[in-house]
Structures are given as C-alpha cells and as structure tokens.
Design a protein around this ligand. Structure first.
Ligand SMILES: [Fe+2]
Ligand SMILES: [Fe+2]
Length: 234
C-alpha cells in the first residue's frame, strides 16, 4: 500500500516531497505547468504503470525521511542524543539479544546436524552478545556520564579521559562490525534454506534486524556524538 494515491495533484505531491520532482522527471511527468493535474490523469495519458510510479514515490519519501532523521540527530544536543541512543538502540539490544540467543540455541539443536554452519553462527552470535553486553555497560556507566560531565564542566583533563574511553569504545564498535560481517558470511547471507522451519526463518530475520540496528547505532556514536565532541578517532 503506497502512502501516495493517484487522486492527489502532482503539484501537491512535489510541494510536500521536493524529491518527488526527480521521480516525475524520470517518468517525464510535467510537474511545473502541469502541476494542477491529478497524478492519475498524467499516468493514464502517458500510459505509465501506476504501481511503478507510486513505488518510486514511496522510495523517494523514505530516502527523504532518512536524510531528515540524520539532520535531526546532528542538531540534537549531546545529552539528548545519548538518551536517545540508550532508549532506542541499547533498549533494542537488551530486549533482543536474549531472544535471539534462545532462537540460535533452538535452531542449532534442531537443524545443526543438517546445517553445520549453525555451529559457527551460534559461536559468533554469542561472542557478539558477550562483547555487546559489556560495551553497553561501559557506555552507560562510564563514557556517557563522563561526556555529560564534560558538557557541563569542560576541562582538558576530562576531555583526555573521554577521548581515551571513546577510543576503546570505537575499537569495540570495530570488533562488533567484524563479527557481524563474519556472521553474515557464516549464515550464507541469511538466505533461508528450503528444508527448515519457521523458527529458523525468524532467527535469520532477527539477526538481520540486529545487524541494521547496530549499524545505525554505531553510526550515531562514531559519526555524530564522538565527532561533535572533537574526538578524532583513528
Ligand atoms: Fe551504544
Ligand atoms: Fe557503542
């Protein structure tokens, strides 16, 4: 189901989503002088595939939303950004790591003899889980409180200490990213084999969700939070 429909006017769509202009250009739909027309009229006049046009508009919307979110994070004060990271991404891990652990155990038991790659998946996931559990505690109990303190009362000494811990944290991100890569490889790119059950599918879906959530989480910490604090990490 698209968030757009053919009874919207072309001009209104571009006014709400400037990126829609690129989509209309691509399909040769006039959005300037012909902006008062309904999208459906242009589609039928030009014998276009409505599903295809709506799908492209949805993609443009999602891309614009993603860029807007990034801009919002950049404007967020550090203290709010850290709260956001804890409430969103740390909460995601605290909620999902134990669930995925159970699932990985289950599919190893049920399918491990036919799918030997699951032994490696099990091992990699649990080393990632252990690393992340400690990493979250380090951020919540050590790094983020130091950053909060630095924001209130900056000093060179404290900045040095923040940088030292942030560098360690960044190394841990690097390590987690490496395990995620190995995990994806061990799991055959998360393609679901034909002979498995729903639990197997669910496990691979959750591992992929974990991967994308963790990428966004690390991006916010490395590229926005640390960078803003002038913590140049090598
Ligand atoms: Fe974090
Ligand atoms: Fe982190």
């Amino acid at each position: 189901m698209s968030r757009f429909n053919t009874s919207q006017s072309i001009g209104d769509i571009v006014a709400g989503l400037p990126k829609a202009a690129d989509v209309f250009k691509k399909f040769n739909i006039d959005f300037c002088c012909g902006g008062h027309r309904l999208l459906g009229e242009a589609i039928s006049e030009q014998k276009l595939d409505a599903g295809l046009v709506l799908n492209e508009l949805d993609k443009a919307y999602e891309e614009a939303q993603r860029l807007k979110d990034q801009a919002d994070y950049r404007e967020m004060p550090s203290v709010d950004l850290m709260d956001y990271i804890i409430n969103t991404h740390h909460a995601f891990l605290n909620r999902n790591l134990p669930v995925i652990s159970e699932l990985v155990n289950t599919i190893l038991r049920v399918h491990g003899s036919n799918h030997r790659e699951l032994f490696q998946v099990h091992k990699l996931f649990h080393s990632l889980k252990t690393e992340l559990e400690q990493h979250l505690i380090k951020e919540e109990e050590l790094l983020f409180p130091m950053v909060r303190e630095y924001e209130q009362k900056p000093s060179n000494e404290l900045l040095e200490e923040v940088r030292r811990v942030a560098r360690e944290t960044e190394d841990e991100h690097e390590s987690a990213g490496g395990i995620l890569k190995e995990l994806r490889k061990a799991a055959g790119n998360y393609e679901i084999p034909a002979d498995v059950c729903g639990t197997f599918r669910k496990t691979y879906e959750m591992l992929q969700e974990l991967e994308s959530d963790l990428f966004q989480h690390i991006h916010l910490e490395n590229n926005i939070l640390f960078k803003r604090l002038g913590i140049m990490i090598q």
